[in-house]
Design a protein around this ligand. Sequence first.
Ligand SMILES: Cc1cc2nc3c(=O)[nH]c(=O)nc-3n(C[C@H](O)[C@H](O)[C@H](O)COP(=O)(O)OP(=O)(O)OC[C@H]3O[C@@H](n4cnc5c(N)ncnc54)[C@H](O)[C@@H]3O)c2cc1C
Length: 377
Amino acid sequence: MAKIDVLVVGAGLAGLVAASTLLAQRATVRVLEARDRVGGRTLTHRVAQGADGFDLGATWCWSYQTEIQRLAAELGVETFAQHEAGYAVYDGGGGAPPQPFLLPANPYVSLRFAGGAQTLCERLATDMEPEQVSLGVVARTITSSVDGVRVVAERSGGEPAHFEARLVIVSLPPRLALHTLCFTPDLPAPMKRAMAETPTWMGGAMKCVVTYRSAFWRERGVSGRGVSYTGPLSEIHDASTAEGTHSALFGFFRGSGSGRDRTPAQRRDKALRQLARMFGPEAAHPIDYLELDWAREVYTSTPQDALPLSEHPAYGHPIFRQPAPGDRIHWAGTETAPQEGGYLDGAVRSGEDAARRVLALLRSGSRTSPTPAGSPA
Ligand SMILES: Cc1cc2nc3c(=O)[nH]c(=O)nc-3n(C[C@H](O)[C@H](O)[C@H](O)COP(=O)(O)OP(=O)(O)OC[C@H]3O[C@@H](n4cnc5c(N)ncnc54)[C@H](O)[C@@H]3O)c2cc1C
């Protein structure tokens, strides 16, 4: 077989960090991504091509998270503090009008990424050669043998594609990998159990971003932070761009009664009425309303992930730091990270860890690696 060293399935943050770490060590790598874009659960809606934008997926990292901040600095992506100055608005329901209140100071600063969180993934991919990142390639089966690993995939046009390598890093959310990929030979039962029992972080989230001509709430001493028990949005934040040139609020739809049974127009109408009630009548007249239901994203969520989680799960099951039997299949992805699992920071850690494990195998000269990484082919 004419083989490269490593195939990485998934061009989210974890997969791209794994690939870039491997490439820096002169391993030969190819990333296979199902969507027509990189970024996975980071997705920035740009106001114009190459311009600043609004995050429909991940928004923040926090000041204590070292790995994501280090990566952002390396990639030249600036961070800026979430706008928190002013009163938050509490919407308790029961006919009472929304009330301003002061939130206690957060010990950690919530930081946003200039240009949007997807910029991190776009920069990582831009640093790679075009043939190293294949978009619109949906992995379907992964077959491992003593010779290496073979991924059978489907291109967006429906035609099949085959890829071979010494090793593969699977960076999908584990539950999605179990739900959508076929492994030959089959994975061991404890590994499949751990994958099935690992919820996809934010897989059930539905988020909307509402853009305005000005941040009128700030002019009234209101931060844009809202907490609501009536909904449809339960949690609201200022989403204006770094320079403040584009103003916006974003909100998460409530877990139950999230309005999945309604049309987007109905959801928009309800969300705008709520924002006007909480932040003032200007909120009813946006420039634009954007929404994304991550539960409908087949390259993120499984049907089991549709309902938002009530608390942050304990991620990083130790089994994900072991390869599948045969040493060919390795795991990355934020849900596999024992530290900061679920977050962008965990995705970075998991990608780097997977790359380190794979590099060790490639360099060990064991049967998995007839050619150590960096050797002439
Ligand atoms: C609405 C929302 C808000 C969030 N807010 C925050 C936040 O503020 N801060 C924070 O730290 N985290 C947040 N998160 C979580 C954060 O987005 C994730 O931790 C991170 O993006 C996960 O990266 P990943 O690479 O592990 O997985 P993913 O981003 O899910 O990447 C997996 C990749 O695999 C691809 N893929 C799937 N199936 C296949 C296949 N068969 N073949 C090939 N490719 C495939 C996918 O398209 C995707 O690109 C949020 C997530 C969501 C959805």
